[in-house]
Design a protein around this ligand. Structure first.
Ligand SMILES: Nc1ncnc2c1ncn2[C@@H]1O[C@H](COP(=O)(O)OP(=O)(O)OP(=O)(O)O)[C@@H](O)[C@H]1O
Ligand SMILES: [Mg+2]
Length: 242
């Protein structure tokens, strides 16, 4: 569904990603690990098409089509959706308004809001004074309304308490169609530091982003265990393509 070929990305005149190769097939959920500042958010922003994240080399293929030069809104129309690590506050715009704007025909906003325990936030300005966990739930409600076929989730569980993680986990499973084995085609790429989300989302493949490249792929749980035991420094000098 998504393929990155030797992707190079520059932010504010500095190259952050030095040639990322990654392939995510239909119905697969991949997880991206990596130390702070490695370029994980940069990678997601570049895939989504934010112009500050300048693609200076390589290509992005989505369902076989080269979308490297497509503007953000056209990527969204093609079915790519993203929840942000730190989304902006938008004063003067109510949360229910953005959810309504993102909603595909036939999607019930009330249902998404209920599922994510968001009812009391719908009439407040987007993210204005929201707690960390409320921001993450609001982000996911927007995605549930948008119903993308490919989801990019940037640390969806950060700042979320353990009870609400199960709400998020359930919503993410729905987005990824994990609950409907037969028909599922949706795919995703999830950034996580803690790995809590792995308890709810059955991820297929893990990757490490380090020093601007993605050198390896493996079982996400085993990778997380390895990182917890040994840290990222060992990964940086690992000679194998595990
Ligand atoms: N707009 C920007 N201007 C200048 N530098 C930037 C900008 N955006 C990102 N960077 C730099 O690019 C590098 C990668 O940042 P990025 O946010 O992608 O890291 P990350 O892997 O998501 O880290 P974290 O785990 O802390 O979220 C960092 O050194 C960061 O300071
Ligand atoms: Mg980040």
């Amino acid at each position: 569904m998504l393929e990155l070929k030797d992707l190079k990305v520059e932010v504010s005149g500095k190259e952050i990603l030095h040639g990322v190769n990654l392939k995510i097939n239909d119905a697969e959920t991949h997880v991206l690990f990596g130390p702070n500042g490695a370029g994980k958010t940069t990678l997601l922003m570049a895939i989504m098409g934010f112009p500050e994240y300048k693609i200076t080399g390589g290509s992005i293929l989505f369902n076989g089509e080269d979308i490297t030069d497509l503007p953000l809104h056209e990527r969204a129309r093609k079915g790519i959706g993203m929840s942000f690590q730190r989304p902006p506050t938008i004063k003067g715009v109510k949360t229910h308004q953005v959810i309504e704007l993102s909603a595909r025909n036939g999607i019930s906003i009330d249902e998404a809001a209920k599922e994510l325990n968001l009812g009391h936030l719908l009439n407040r300005d987007v993210n204005d004074g929201f707690s960390g966990g409320e921001i993450k739930r609001s982000e996911l409600a927007q995605l549930m309304a948008q119903q993308p076929s490919f989801v990019l989730l940037d640390e969806p569980e950060s700042g979320v308490d353990l009870e609400n993680i199960s709400l998020l986990g359930g919503a993410i499973n729905k987005l990824l169609q994990k609950d409907m084995k037969r028909q599922r085609v949706n795919s995703g790429l999830i950034i996580t530091h803690t790995g809590y989300i792995l308890d709810y989302v059955d991820a297929d493949v893990g990757h490490l982003l380090i020093e601007g490249i993605v050198p390896c792929a493996g079982n996400p749980r085993e990778m997380l265990h390895h990182i917890k035991e040994n840290g990222y420094e060992v990964c940086a000098i690992c000679p194998t393509n595990c």
